[in-house]
Write a protein that binds this ligand. Structure first.
Ligand code: S3P
Length: 436
């Protein structure tokens, strides 16, 4: 059912960020492959994407139980590891739903095994590039086929065996990096990866906690094949979900929002750097460490924003947040130019085209470029009815736009927010923004 959001007179409150999606996927996958027992994963991401990972691991014979968490905290899982070579042949096709992370990381796990497995997902997932993982996994010795000359899911993993690889990654993708590191655990020799730029390093951090010998030299990673030791994980709050409230808080004319338990891993925190460059009144409070990941509470207040340039190495550190940064850019004084973000075109939707389309529809001048966008700024966001293109981050960016726009914004397909943040619309309601 569509939802309509209108700007409340003031925006105040406290929000607890839901468990991080990227860390949650990895906590399940890595503990499922461990050879030392049972791990507890707390504050697990409530979104559908991570549920896809859990279901796939169960289909491969991993025992996972899920308990509902206390108010404000995510569910807790217990995951019993089967060891690197203990996965069972699934009796059916594995369904990753909308989750690119599930598909690409599981590809590294399923490659080169003596079981047959088939991995697929929804229409969006079936249109996303998989050649980037199939090519290097094939070079490692895996036998994989897929649609469109092995470029698209469904992907079929036939067997083979895994050898170490020295590989220069063509894209700064944590999904690709993690896929190859997961495959490399079972290789017969070390795997060396050269990254074009830094991307989120949750896999590397968890590997270290699980006793894996992984060395980082600049942007190069060298992995020794290794067993994994079980590790309990308290999942930090998701900065990509918190980003929506950060932008709402700095853009609303009378706002003060406290967002609790936000993961601020430097390879994810590009949004904080970008908003501070824009002049945001954003303060990190009580910086601490949770399960090897830095965490803080984030206080945001009404701010005078200015346009900025985003390009180069910062882009992979905020890639998922660009659709909501575009909302802030519309209101900022002066132009915001995003470059080097062509990856946005192959996310859950073409996020450049989808963002420009709704911004233009809401009266904001903005143009898409092959690798980014130009938002002239100094504008107001008007109202209207919009589709999210079945993309959770687009739907939630529209929700934030509704909290600060001059006229109400109707999101015609809000349910897709459940991919990463099922309680998003309930929080909009609690903040006084839901009018229909
Ligand atoms: C993710 C990595 C990013 C990001 C995605 C989650 C991960 O993708 O967009 O939402 O958990 O590794 P790429 O690494 O492919 O850019």
């Amino acid at each position: 059912m569509p939802v309509t959001i209108a700007r409340p007179p003031s925006l105040r409150g406290e929000i607890i960020a839901p468990g991080d999606k990227s860390v949650s996927h990895r906590a399940v996958m890595l503990n499922a492959l461990s050879s030392t027992g049972t791990a507890r994963v707390t504050n697990f991401s409530p979104g559908d994407d991570c549920a896809s990972t859990v279901e796939i691991m169960r289909s491969l014979g991993v025992s996972i139980t899920r308990e509902v968490g206390e108010a404000g905290m995510g569910d807790s899982l217990t995951v019993t590891g089967v060891g690197l070579n203990g996965l069972q042949e699934p009796t059916d096709i594995l369904d990753a739903g909308n989750s690119g992370t599930t598909t690409r990381l599981m590809s590294g796990i399923l490659a080169g095994r003596d079981i047959l497995s088939i991995l697929t997902g929804d229409d969006s997932l079936k249109s996303r590039p998989m050649g980037r993982v199939v090519d290097p996994l094939t070079q490692m010795g895996a036998v994989i086929s897929g649609r469109a000359n092995n470029m698209l899911a469904p992907l079929v993993f036939h067997g083979g065996s895994i050898h170490g690889l020295s590989y220069a990654m063509p894209v700064a993708s944590a999904q690709l990096k993690s896929c190859l590191l997961l495959a490399g655990l079972r290789a017969d020799e070390p795997t060396t990866l050269t990254q074009p730029a830094e991307s989120r390093d949750h896999t590397e951090r968890m590997f270290s906690a699980m006793g894996v010998n992984l060395t980082k030299l600049g942007l190069d990673l060298v992995l020794e094949p290794s067993e994994l030791e079980t590790v309990d994980v308290e999942v930090p709050g998701d900065i990509s979900s918190a980003a929506f409230w950060m932008v709402a808080g700095i853009c609303h004319p009378d706002a003060e929002l406290m967002i609790r338990n936000v993961g601020i891993n430097p390879t994810r925190a590009g949004i904080i750097t970008a908003l501070q460059m824009m002049g945001a009144d954003l303060t990190l409070i009580d910086e601490r460490e949770v399960a090897g990941e830095p965490v803080a509470d984030v206080l945001v207040k009404t701010s005078q924003l200015k346009g900025i340039g985003l390009e180069g190495d910062i882009v992979p550190l905020l890639i998922d947040e660009i659709p909501v940064i575009a909302v802030a850019a519309a209101l900022a004084e002066g132009e915001t130019v995003v470059r080097d973000a062509e990856e946005l075109r192959v996310k859950e939707s073409d996020r450049i085209q989808a963002s420009i389309s709704w911004l233009n529809g809401a009266g904001v001048e903005a143009i898409g470029t092959p690798d980014g966008m130009i938002v002239p700024g100094g504008s107001f966001i008007g109202g209207g009815q919009f589709q999210s293109c079945d993309d959770h981050r687009l739907a939630m960016s529209l929700g934030v736009a509704g909290l600060i726009s001059t006229e109400p914004i109707t999101v015609l397909d809000p349910d897709v927010a459940a991919i990463s943040y099922p309680s998003f619309w309930k929080i909009i309601e609690e903040l006084g923004g839901m009018v229909g």
